[in-house]
Design a protein around this ligand. Structure first.
Ligand code: GLP
Length: 238
């Protein structure tokens, strides 16, 4: 991976603000093509920054179509879904309603069909102008757990034990995620990683073999990928 695509910041806040600015720049030029949102704690300060800038520029995202990266299946309450989290933490606080949200329904009767429907909704909207990503401690992106090949498409997946444990899910939890091939098809990729817990995954992504064992490594030759890392997350890069 070209070192120019690896952007290093002193702290997590600076990394989040820079990633947020890159996200805004991309959203401004996306036209009617969707820009992909992620969930996870890493995104909280990124989204806080989007809200700050939106507060200063009325209607910043009024023309933006957003789309969803992944979703948990069958949470007992729909309010625990990623879609609800995105709606509450972001859309409901924007000054103007976004032009659209291509969401994944984690309570759909047939999750496999829902995955295919989501994929084609993105394709019909012109494909992803940009996908925002975090990274799992095991190198997952979205819910593409270790073992996900670069040909993988939007589908139902079993969550890895470490993901279930870290996120406090029930054993056997499944998700719907864009595949590695879907993420690679995005025109731009912005990946954010902060904190020491992500250091090994970032090192494996950048310096390790390109392998489904570390799904994030399969993204590193994308022509327009940028990594926004704080010092801790970057501490094991060689
Ligand atoms: C979760 C999500 C990913 C997210 C990652 C990191 O399981 N499926 O989309 O990027 O794990 O989450 P966090 O930022 O909370 O560490």
């Amino acid at each position: 991976m070209h070192s120019a695509n690896i952007l290093l910041f002193e702290g997590s806040e600076q990394a989040a603000v820079a990633a947020g600015d890159a996200f805004i720049a991309s959203a401004r030029t996306s036209g009617t093509r969707p820009v992909g949102l992620a969930t996870g704690q890493t995104m909280t300060p990124v989204y806080d920054h989007l809200l700050t800038i939106d507060g200063q520029a009325n209607g910043l995202f009024a023309d933006t179509v957003f789309s969803q990266l992944d979703e948990v299946i069958g949470q007992t309450s729909p309010v625990d879904s990623f879609a609800a989290e995105i709606t509450t933490s972001l859309f409901s606080q924007f000054r103007a309603t976004p032009a659209g949200f291509l969401m994944i329904d984690g309570q759909a009767g047939d999750p496999a069909d829902e995955a295919i429907r989501h994929c084609s909704a993105i394709r019909m909207a012109g494909g992803l102008a940009m996908q925002l990503l975090g990274i799992g401690v095991n190198g997952h992106v979205g819910f593409n757990e270790p073992g996900s090949p670069d040909s993988s498409r939007c589908r139902v997946v079993d969550l890895a034990a470490s993901t279930i444990q870290r996120n406090g899910y029930d054993t056997g939890m499944q998700g719907i995620t864009l595949g590695i091939a879907d993420i690679l098809a995005a025109e731009q990729i912005i990946l954010v990683a902060t904190g020491a817990a992500k250091a090994a995954a970032i090192s494996a992504m950048i310096n390790g073999p390109k392998t489904p064992d570390c799904p994030a490594s399969l993204l590193r030759d994308h022509p327009d990928i940028r990594l926004f890392l704080d010092k801790e997350a970057a501490s094991q890069i060689s």
